[in-house]
Write a protein that binds this ligand. Structure first.
Ligand code: PGA
Length: 256
């Protein structure tokens, strides 16, 4: 049984006061629930303040990115050790906005995933196809290529540190989510691929989140899919009541 896992990706939103208020609202909503994993990923500069707001709660802290080098002359970058220092548990790696807006490559993403695992962080590794790739029938090829390249060199003993997030690029921030059937198809394909790359037992344990316009209204349907283990949530995670509703629905769907 895979424990459901919901993560809020705040992207470049909030300010110091609203980040702390949002974190406190989420902590209050999650309460003592221990049958679900919940994380929030604020902008780097608010990590420490949010960490304090989350202290002694069940809500974990994540960063939106991490650099693979341990230290040195890398202006603007943030290391695993720095993130651990401010109480991060997770790091989102390879988000589509970093792939397509900033230009991150599969190789860089692979280096970041390996560094994160070695540094004691749990990567949320994002993959997903562009609209034109889906329309050209290339979804499975693109996504499996991203998964293979991203996980290259990660051994059996360490792979379960990773959560994969399937985020079709055309669904992110557009209000158009993948249907539950489209999500399930790709999630099942990723799980089969993980079984081939590692083994069936690992594939059965690895969590795969869906992301892309997930919101309270589509949470039950998405989470009801057998291979959808959680959600990576952008817009809807910026409102504590929406995020809380999605957490409660996920518990109801997966833990009945
Ligand atoms: P969205 O973003 O929920 O606003 O579509 C998801 C994400 O980019 O992780």
């Amino acid at each position: 049984m895979r424990k459901p896992f919901l993560a809020g990706n705040w992207k470049m939103n909030t300010d110091a006061a609203s980040a702390v208020a949002l974190a406190k609202g989420i902590v209050a909503a999650v309460g003592q629930a221990d049958n679900i994993d919940v994380a929030v990923c604020p902008p780097f500069v608010y990590l420490q303040a949010v960490a304090m707001a989350l202290s002694s709660s069940n809500v974990a802290l994540g960063a939106q990115d991490v650099f693979h080098q341990p230290d040195g002359a890398f202006t603007g970058e943030i290391s695993c050790k720095m993130l651990k220092d401010v109480c991060c548990t997770y790091a989102i790696i390879g988000h589509s906005e970093r792939r397509h807006v900033i230009g991150e490559t599969d190789e860089l993403i692979n280096n970041k995933i390996k560094a994160a695992i070695n540094g004691g962080l749990l990567p949320i590794f994002c993959v997903g196809e562009l609209l034109e790739e889906r329309q050209a029938g290339k979804t499975n090829r693109i996504v499996s290529d991203q998964v293979k390249k991203g996980l290259d060199g990660i051994c059996q003993e360490r792979i379960l540190a990773v959560t994969i997030a399937y985020e079709p690029v055309w669904a992110i921030g557009t209000g158009v989510n993948a249907t539950s059937q489209q999500a399930q198809e790709v999630h099942a394909m990723i799980r089969d691929l993980v079984a081939k790359l590692y083994n069936k037992e690992i594939a059965g344990q690895l969590r795969i989140q869906y992301g892309g316009s997930a919101k309270p209204a589509n949470t039950a349907e998405l989470m009801a899919q057998p291979d959808v283990d959680g959600l990576l949530i952008g817009g809807a995670s910026l409102k504590a009541s929406d995020f809380a509703a999605m957490i409660n629905t996920s518990i109801q769907v997966k833990c009945k």
